[in-house]
Design a protein around this ligand. Structure first.
Ligand SMILES: CC(C)(COP(=O)(O)OP(=O)(O)OC[C@H]1O[C@@H](n2cnc3c(N)ncnc32)[C@H](O)[C@@H]1OP(=O)(O)O)[C@@H](O)C(=O)NCCC(=O)NCCS
Length: 163
């Protein structure tokens, strides 16, 4: 799925490396709708669904309805609490061995600069309320909470930043 998104929207894919080793990555997409449209038009959604049904991605069959419902809720709530555009910070992770050294701060800030260079005025993200470390990181890098949404696993804090 990430390689598909990278094909459609390569500009927000950021990797932090040290001596050739990957320390972390951030995936920003300038337009969520463009990715969703491409996934439908190019048949990627059907391919992912079939791969999941065949046991790909390590997903158990009985978990699939919940995953699909969560994705649907994500798509439905994707435009809430936005005032401009549909840019999104989709994913962020730092290798546990490299955490606490400012890698995520650098990735999030660099991504916001890329979004600004693209002329985007607002970026959105969702984070679980229990993810205290991530919440503090986002607050420190200029994001603010604008609302909450839910899926089957619970609540999401919706945050936006103006690059
Ligand atoms: C959240 C995550 C990306 C932070 O990466 P990191 O490189 O360690 O973050 P940084 O070193 O840049 O820390 C920046 C700030 O975030 C906050 N923070 C990060 N990790 C924290 C933790 N475990 N507990 C409390 N605060 C934390 C701190 O305020 C920190 O600033 P400070 O050190 O000046 O106080 C990393 O812990 C991770 O990959 N977690 C798992 C994946 C995840 O939760 N991704 C976010 C999904 S929305």
């Amino acid at each position: 799925m990430w390689s598909f998104i990278r094909e459609v929207e390569p500009r927000g894919f950021l990797a932090a490396r040290e001596n050739g080793e990957l320390l972390g990555y951030a995936i920003y997409v300038p337009s969520l709708k463009r990715v969703q449209r491409a996934a439908i038009m190019r048949g990627a959604i059907v391919r992912w669904a079939l791969a999941a049904l065949r046991g790909g991605f390590g997903i158990r069959l009985r978990a699939i309805p919940n995953i699909l419902l969560n994705k649907l809720l994500f798509v439905r709530s994707g435009s809430r609490y936005r005032s401009r555009g549909d840019a999104q910070l989709l994913n962020l992770a730092v290798d546990p061995a490299a955490q606490g050294r400012g890698v995520a701060t650098a990735l999030v800030s660099a991504g916001l600069l890329v979004m600004r260079d693209l002329g985007l005025a607002e970026v959105r993200l969702e984070v679980r309320p229990w993810n205290r470390g991530a919440l503090r990181l986002y607050e420190k890098t200029g994001w603010r909470e604008v609302g909450r949404t839910r899926d089957l696993e619970g609540e999401w804090v919706v945050m936006v930043a103006n690059p």
